[in-house]
Design a protein around this ligand. Structure first.
Ligand code: NDP
Ligand code: 8X3
Length: 250
């Protein structure tokens, strides 16, 4: 049996690319997401190389998280790698015009979802004295940009929780790596702009954004480091981006 990696939000974008890459690296994969059809499609692709367990659930529901991840079949229980990737931005408006529904979606997914999943998975890693957790933060967790308000706050929370996890996992040989990307072209902006493809496409015009595969390469790199080495915190951007608001566009 190979090592087991659990990747949340593997139906698209960064999560899907990480799943593919870890499949190439020989991992068995637990992949999750809410869209059953997309998850099945990803699982079919991954099963060419890996054992795959697709689990459809919403990370915002502590009951669903416990039900799915707390009752894993015996040969899937010993998770070596957890990638807390599921997340989103919804909206890009000044606070005084923001949608409370969008705020709750972001807070419930990006902060509470990450906590619910980690709460179920970490005890096993700690008991086995082995594991590696990756949290998908963002440049939005290192800076605050205009109209990014609640999304930035959720990613600042991921930044803080990643540091807490690192301290609390330290005695148990469980590594914690936060990856904080700048612009990665995925479904992210389509979700942020509530399905407005034109607005979403404009985000990536005039420069070469990162791809999910670039983030997947980083995860693979970290996992292949010697046991005594851990990259704690990675900020990664397109070469054409200096910070959340400064791009060199054609
Ligand atoms: P995508 O929209 O392409 O993918 C998001 C993934 O998260 C999907 O698989 C989606 O699956 C899953 N997801 C969202 N909400 C839930 C939920 N409530 N329960 C379960 N799964 C959920 O975006 P990205 O790949 O770009 O985003 C991945 C992570 O990377 C996010 O945390 C994002 O904040 C972060 N990030 C993205 C950047 C970018 O520029 N793209 C930059 C910095 C960070 P489904 O809809 O099937 O549930
Ligand atoms: C995604 C990158 O700059 O849109 O986290 O917040 S940004």
């Amino acid at each position: 049996m190979g090592k087991i990696a659990l990747i949340t939000g593997a139906t698209s974008g960064i999560g899907r690319a990480i799943a593919l890459r870890l499949s190439e690296e020989g991992y068995d994969l637990i992949v999750t997401g809410r869209r059953a059809e997309k998850l099945e499609q990803a699982a079919r692709e991954l099963s060419a190389r890996s054992r795959v367990l697709p689990l459809v659930f919403d990370v915002r529901s502590p009951e669903q998280v416990r039900e799915c991840l707390g009752n894993l079949p015996e040969d899937w229980k010993d998770i070596d790698v957890l990638v807390n990737n599921a997340g989103l931005a919804a909206g890009l408006e000044p606070l005084q015009e923001g949608s409370i529904e969008d705020w709750e979606r972001m807070i419930d997914t990006n902060i509470k979802g990450l906590l619910y999943v980690s709460r179920v998975v970490l005890p096993g890693m700690i008991a086995r004295r082995r594991g590696h957790v990756f949290n998908l933060g963002s440049i939005a967790g290192k800076e605050t940009y205009l109209n990014g308000n609640v999304y930035c706050a959720t990613k600042h929370a991921v930044d803080s929780l990643s540091r807490s996890m690192r301290m609390e996992c330290l005695p148990y040989q469980v590594k914690v790596t936060q990856i904080c990307p700048g612009a990665v072209e995925t479904e992210f902006s389509i979700v942020r702009f509530h399905g407005d493809l034109e607005k979403a496409g404009n985000v990536y015009k005039g420069f070469t954004p990162l791809k999910g595969e670039d983030i997947a390469d980083l995860v693979a790199y970290c996992l292949n480091l010697p046991a005594h080495v851990c990259l704690n915190d990675i900020v990664v951007m397109p070469a054409a981006q200096a910070n959340s608001g400064l791009f060199c566009k054609e």
